[in-house]
Design a protein around this ligand. Structure first.
Ligand SMILES: Nc1ncnc2c1ncn2[C@@H]1O[C@H](COP(=O)(O)OP(=O)(O)OP(=O)(O)O)[C@@H](O)[C@H]1O
Length: 342
């Protein structure tokens, strides 16, 4: 099942907030993570796809079939929310079988299917328990089993891990991804955790102010952000203004650096993005793009130290990460200076 959004716009009644001409396609079996600052429209997007919110313009289609006028229960979409939204008075098995009951599947068959899904999410032996007797992580796996039980045409996950402890989250993230792949489920995952998005998704879609700024693979959105807004939101960075001084040369104000300036004309103003892991400490005296300065604040992170490196005149420090901080200079290879035009 593929999911297509074509120029989907929506305004909450009496407001200008919502979504503005969002177009994206989720291919069969693909997991697209939707990220963006608070209020950017992530939940709105999921509500429109699920049918919980209606009245948009543009098209939402599953395998080419327009869903815009189809009511929630007929869209056949599986949903998992941050709050598990399980029925506390029902057993684990009955929670998973619930959607099948609504679809009038016979008792024996729906129990067989629910048990099969509980086995898949690793909770086979808990089927008779009350959901209140499960941990948060276990409840979230029940919610996933319930969403998958109806053999959904698409799966919508809204912050499924955010209510859980960090230790449970990492493990469950891998499990959810494995199960999603096993079912070849076409999936939209909303998360505020960019590490989660990069780790789990085939592609990441970034929203801001109700608009889609970029959709790309995790590597691409990190390494080739389309704009400053994406670069600042995904991963850590230092972003500084510069002007093109000559082909392959940047005037930073405090230094001239070699970089790929593409076809940009002399004098073009750009923003220069540097990721912390691309800052090399204490290069040779004749290294390309060597910048002398001093290390400021340091945060020891175990395998790495994250530190500010202050270059006189730069206006703000370079945020760097390496096994040890620089003593007196850093260097940034030309290919690691990314130019952003907006
Ligand atoms: N029922 C509503 N009525 C009016 N405005 C709303 C309503 N729900 C959300 N909004 C507004 O629409 C915009 C998008 O909200 P949405 O909940 O989709 O954002 P989000 O990206 O999911 O945010 P968060 O990360 O904080 O959950 C926000 O400006 C929000 O204030």
């Amino acid at each position: 099942m593929s999911l297509l959004l074509d120029k989907v716009s929506y305004n909450y009644p009496g407001s200008t907030h919502g979504l503005h001409e969002v177009s994206l396609d989720v291919r069969t079996g693909e997991l697209v993570a939707v990220i963006g600052p608070s209020g950017s429209g992530k939940s709105t997007l999921l509500k429109l796809v699920s049918g919980l919110e209606t009245g948009h313009t543009g098209r939402i289609a599953l395998d080419g079939e327009d869903m815009s006028r189809t009511p929630v229960h007929q869209r056949h979409i599986g949903m998992v929310f941050q709050s598990y939204a399980l029925f506390p008075h029902l057993s684990v098995l009955d929670n998973v079988a619930y959607g099948l009951k609504l679809r009038k599947v016979a008792t024996a068959e729906r129990h067989r299917r629910a048990q099969e899904l509980l086995d898949i999410v690793g909770l086979g032996e808990f089927s008779r328990r009350a959901v209140a007797q499960l941990s948060g992580g276990q409840q979230q796996r029940v919610a996933l089993a319930r969403a998958l039980a109806i053999d959904p045409r698409a799966l919508l996950l809204d912050e499924p891990l955010s209510a859980l402890d960090a230790s449970v989250r990492g493990h469950l993230r891998d499990q959810i991804r494995a199960i999603q792949q096993r079912f070849n489920a076409t999936t939209l995952l909303v998360t505020h955790d960019q590490e989660e998005a990069l780790a789990m998704a085939d592609r990441v879609a970034m929203l801001k102010d109700g608009r889609l700024l970029q959709i790309a693979t995790p590597r691409d959105i990190y390494e080739n952000p389309a704009s400053r807004a994406v670069a600042e939101f995904v991963g850590l960075s230092t972003i500084l203004p510069a002007k093109v001084a000559a082909p392959g040369r940047l005037d930073m104000g405090f230094a001239e650096l070699f970089a790929d300036t593409g076809r940009r004309a002399f004098g073009t103003e750009v923003q220069v993005l540097v990721r912390p892991e691309h800052i090399r400490p204490d290069p040779a005296a004749d290294a390309v793009n060597r910048l002398a300065g001093r290390t400021g604040a340091q945060r020891y992170l175990g395998a790495l130290t994250r530190y500010d490196f202050e270059v006189p005149g730069a206006g703000k420090p370079f945020l760097a990460e390496s096994s040890r901080p620089a003593a007196e200079a850093i260097a940034i290879a030309p290919e690691h200076l990314r130019l952003l035009d907006h």
